[in-house]
Design a binder for this molecule. Structure first.
Ligand SMILES: [Zn+2]
Length: 299
């Protein structure tokens, strides 16, 4: 009993501020049943990807250096861009995939994140003027209809602090946002009343990936279950007339990871699953070379 009380108190003190109610994202009937048909029916949807700043990380964080192909690769600090993408649907309006970094990175290498563990565990970020997500949206004159997130790691959620609260924020089911009070607290989701979760059990199988969801029901924008790097990680496919683009998030950080086929590293929830997802991306690109890959941390 005493232990339960202590654990409850710890949970409240440390994690309480990360608890937000969650609702199921409404899943339409799919307009297509396989990738060949999807790719033959592109839609007038567009995507533009922006670097919202640069972040330092250990290579071992983003790449599994224990992989047999990584024996000659030494761990080192690398600098990677932190990407966010704007997608524009002709009827439904403009959405983001990931939020990138907020403007606080211009003055603080850790953005809004504070706490006694920040120095030790969080990579330092940097940003040029007008590189932050709010500035990009303002310059482009965009009113956002919602935000789709690949996952809730801080380099993908930081920009939310500068975005409107009253729009839908959508992510994979069971994806966690970790916000440890006093230890590492960014409050990136503060003020959002409800998070919308995509439940892939109601999607369709689209090999070489697992379950997928036709997000708008018109074949223009697909969410792809890709848990591994994080529990509820989601990739997105933009089926545009101009370009057909797979947004990999951190299931594949960059071209180097794609070329080496060495899966995501120590920041990952499940190395084996993350490796399998990377291999499915490589196979997808072999099957459909016309598809453009947009990686989580590359340009
Ligand atoms: Zn990332």
């Amino acid at each position: 009993m005493g232990l339960i009380l202590i654990l409850s108190a710890l949970y409240f003190i440390v994690l309480e501020s990360s608890i937000i109610s969650r609702k199921a994202f409404p899943i339409p009937d799919p307009s297509q049943q396989d990738w060949n048909d999807i790719l033959l029916s592109p839609q007038p949807i567009t995507i533009q990807t922006y670097a919202t700043g640069i972040m330092q990380t250990d290579l071992s964080g983003i790449m599994n250096l224990k992989h047999e192909k990584a024996v000659t690769i030494k761990d080192r600090i690398v600098e990677v861009p932190v990407n966010a993408s704007i997608i524009q649907h002709p009827v439904l309006g403009t959405y983001l995939i990931d939020a990138g970094l907020d403007a606080s990175y211009q003055n603080n290498p850790y953005g809004t994140t504070r706490g006694i563990l920040v120095n030790k565990f969080l990579g330092r970020g940097s940003q040029e003027p007008n590189e932050d997500i709010a500035a990009i949206l303002a310059i482009e004159g965009i009113t956002l209809q919602g935000v789709f997130l690949t996952h809730l790691h801080p380099d993908h959620t930081a920009g939310i602090v500068d975005l409107p609260r009253g729009i839908p924020y959508v992510m994979g089911r069971n994806e966690r946002y970790l916000n440890f009070r006093f230890l590492m607290q960014g409050d990136h989701l503060a003020g959002i009343e409800t998070l919308y979760e995509i439940d892939f059990t109601n999607g369709i199988e689209l090999p070489p990936f697992g379950k997928c969801v036709d997000v708008f029901g018109d074949g223009s924008f697909w969410a792809i279950e890709s848990g591994g790097h994080s529990k509820g990680h989601v990739m997105y496919f933009i089926n545009g007339v101009e370009q057909q683009v797979l947004v990999t998030g951190d299931a594949c950080n960059d071209q180097y990871q794609f070329d080496t086929a060495i899966g995501p590293g120590d920041f990952s929830n499940d190395h084996d699953k993350a490796q399998n997802v990377l291999e499915s991306i490589i196979l997808f690109k072999e099957l459909y070379p016309e598809v453009v890959l947009s990686f989580g941390h590359d340009l």
